[in-house]
Design a protein around this ligand. Structure first.
Ligand code: C5P
Length: 266
């Protein structure tokens, strides 16, 4: 059901005045089974620093982001809080802040969707734009973060960074046993497909309503907004915003960090 009769975020702002801050929710409660045995995925290290810390830094690098809510593994909130305090910017910023960005840590849930909802529930008032960013995308460039924020502030209710696909994609009838041959049922036109990344950006009220309304299992937040009948738009994604999922992705992420160090002249 479409609900486009509601005032858009731009109309609301025209009535209520200038921007408030941007908050980012980082779901980091996944086990990361596909990476193999070990610590929860967000706590695995890249060049000695936990992936989650890279992800928080990537979002705090945007001057618009004033609050980061990290959703920790259900029994890991105290550990994550100490980790964030230990890695906060040099210069003795107080516990619970990272330069000019505050952070909160809340325990997560069984599914990504539940974890994001728990993060949203913890958001204080005063943030009209909310980003949702996977801890598993630790290297997203700040320009991508800012492009998403700008598109929401320009009036979009939901924004996703997206890239064209290199591979042709087939829809299959999934086999009962992994590895068995699977019948192909369709080949969507590749030119119309996009691989979607995070941070995904939302007008806060829209995202809250999506999480209150949609109960189907989903793999991203924007699809919940689609289910409300509202428009989701893309902005260009970035190859460095890839999701660390398999062991090879850890190698690639460390190579990206090494390239950045070289380019920065360290
Ligand atoms: O499993 P997937 O790779 O899609 O997870 C994406 C993000 O969601 C990861 O950052 C993971 O830590 C997070 N997640 C979560 N709570 C869960 C499952 C996944 O916060 N129960």
């Amino acid at each position: 059901m479409s609900d486009d009769s509601r005032p858009s975020p731009a109309q609301v702002r025209a009535e209520t005045g200038p921007h408030t801050g941007v908050a980012a929710v980082i779901p980091a409660a996944g086990r990361g089974v596909r990476l193999g045995p070990g610590a929860p995925k967000a706590l695995r290290t890249l060049n000695g620093t936990p992936m989650l810390i890279h992800a928080v830094r990537a979002l705090a690098a945007s001057r618009h982001v004033t609050l980061v809510v990290v959703v920790a593994p259900p029994d890991g909130a105290p550990e994550v809080k100490s980790l964030l305090d230990a890695h906060a910017l040099p210069g003795g910023t107080p516990s619970g802040s990272w330069g000019s960005t505050d952070f909160l840590v809340v325990p997560g849930g069984e599914s990504r969707q539940e974890s994001v909802k728990l993060g949203l529930d913890a958001l204080p008032p005063g943030h009209d734009v909310v980003l949702v960013h996977d801890a598993a995308r630790p290297l997203v460039p700040v320009d991508t973060v800012d492009a998403v924020i700008e598109a929401v502030r320009d009036g979009a209710r939901a924004v996703v960074p997206a890239l064209p696909l290199a591979d042709t994609v087939k829809e299959v009838e999934p086999a009962a046993t992994p590895g068995d041959p699977e019948p192909v049922v369709a080949t969507p036109a590749r030119a119309r497909l996009r691989a979607v990344q995070t941070p995904q950006g939302f007008d806060r009220d829209t995202l809250v309503r999506a999480h209150e309304t949609v109960t189907d299992d989903v793999t991203d937040d924007a699809s919940m907004v689609e289910q409300l009948g509202l428009q989701v738009v893309t902005v260009p994604g970035h190859e460095e915003a890839f999701k660390v999922t398999r062991p090879l992705d850890l190698v690639l992420a460390e190579a990206v960090l090494a390239r950045r160090r070289l380019n920065d002249g360290f």
